[in-house]
Ligand binder design. Structure first.
Ligand code: HEM
Length: 398
């Protein structure tokens, strides 16, 4: 099997496979036993499908997978990412004020402090795990503050989530999933009894007013936790890895010029997108590029392939942080466009210049190992070696 959607996300270099898909099989049917998927890989096809929720529904789009941690209990509730309008919009309305650019901007100082906290260790260390000791703890702190997860619980919650999502041992994963789900359930009950000024209390008040069901509210909370910790950490770690061989581009970003950094983040999200694919289900039979996809088919929209489509991006396999921004689909499009995009962009805008200013020179310590995932191009660890005498701390011209 030359193309396997179950393993492509953690290939060292999936991009030649995607090129072949786009060129030779733009509508590709993949089958293994009972499991059958249709794969779209060209930018125009992916973008069009993202924008057409009536034909490409999100309901039951993940029915062929092991449930994601947030989806446990989904039998009783609806997830944002597996709902269509109007229910999707009702759910999203409950939390959107927490993630608007206006709500996010005041977090900049907090993000700077979190980033700064994790850089001083570099002075005395030759190596740093820029995923496990920098990106993940930073995103964990920020999303936990928003949701209202107490500091003393955060490392447990993260460890349950990572085990449930990425462990290959089914029993460990199931156990972690159970602890993770129970935790949010208990936190919800606590905040229902004693509300605070945080997102989970806000959700529980909405439950008390019957604006949203309790299962829906808890699923929403878990989705936001996962989106908020995992994806931005991978955006940052993938960016650091992609820039390992591009010292001039790092220096360009370290300069901290806001307009430059904004454009650079979009290019880094395009180049090695954390979310590589998004599933949908066809609500009708459709014809694309001469191929008929039947009603009820699961269609994988390959964001990672679309973002490297030469029909859309000139010289797409070249990383160029000064490339004039042309909209890509790293954050999705249409009604499910990432609710956390303003926050994720702000985190990356703060973290990357600070990091490159603090460590202008680094080498990636091989081998780089990605955890197994059908969706996420993830890095739980990314060990960098700082050449002796090269570390600088807290230097930023931002
Ligand atoms: C603060 C960080 C983040 C949070 C809280 C977050 C949360 C979410 C949530 C809740 C959704 C579902 C929205 C809906 O269905 O209406 C979503 C969608 C999405 N997010 Fe994020 N996210 C974050 C960061 C990121 C990053 C860094 C990327 C990639 C660069 C990303 C890519 C996406 C994509 C592709 C979708 C669309 C899913 C679909 O179409 O079904 N997210 N995000």
């Amino acid at each position: 099997m030359w193309f396997d959607p179950r393993t492509v996300c953690f290939e060292e270099d999936p991009y030649p496979l995607y090129r072949r898909l786009r060129d030779e099989f733009p509508v590709y049917r993949w089958q293994d036993g009972e499991r059958s998927l249709w794969i779209l890989s060209r930018y125009d096809d992916v973008n069009e499908a993202l924008g057409d929720w009536r034909t490409f529904s999100s309901v039951d789009s993940m029915s062929d997978r092991r449930p994601a941690p947030g989806a446990r209990g989904a039998a009783d509730g609806h997830q944002l990412i597996t709902s269509d309008p109007p229910h999707h919009d009702d759910l999203r309305r409950v939390v959107r004020e927490y993630f608007s650019p206006k709500a996010i901007q005041p977090l900049e100082g907090k993000i700077e402090r979190e980033v700064g906290l994790r850089l001083p260790g570099l002075r005395s260390r030759e190596t740093i795990d820029v995923a496990g000791d920098f990106a993940w703890p930073m995103t964990l702190a920020i999303i936990s503050d928003i949701i209202g997860i107490p500091e003393e619980d955060r490392s447990d919650v993260l460890s349950w989530y990572q085990t449930a999502e990425y462990s290959e041992a089914a029993d460990r994963s199931a156990q972690a999933l159970s602890s993770y789900t129970d935790y949010f359930d208990q936190l919800g009950s606590e905040r229902l009894a004693r509300p605070r000024d945080d997102l989970i209390s806000h959700l529980m008040k909405a439950v008390a007013r019957a604006d949203v069901s309790r299962p829906d509210a808890l699923l929403l909370c878990k989705d936001l936790f996962e989106g908020g910790v995992d994806v931005p950490a991978n955006l940052i770690a993938n960016a650091v890895l992609a820039l390992a061989d591009h010292p001039h581009q790092r220096a360009y970003l370290a300069d901290g010029d806001l307009a430059r950094v904004r454009v650079g983040i979009e290019e880094l999200a395009r180049f090695d997108s954390p979310i590589q694919s998004i599933p949908r289900v066809t609500s009708d039979s459709i014809r694309r590029r001469g191929v008929v996809i039947p009603r009820g088919a699961i269609v994988l929209l390959m964001l990672g392939a679309a973002n490297r489509d030469e029909r859309r991006f000139a010289d797409p396999d070249a990383l160029d942080v000064s490339r004039p921004a042309t909209r890509n689909v790293a954050f999705g499009a249409g009604v499910h466009f990432c609710i956390g995009a303003p926050l994720a962009r702000l985190q990356a805008r703060v973290a990357l210049p600070e990091l490159f200013a603090a460590i202008p020179d680094y080498e990636v310590v091989a081998p780089v190992e990605r955890p197994r995932s059908e969706v996420m191009r993830a890095l739980l660890n990314l060990e960098l070696a700082v050449p002796a005498g090269k570390a600088r701390v807290g230097v930023s011209s931002r």
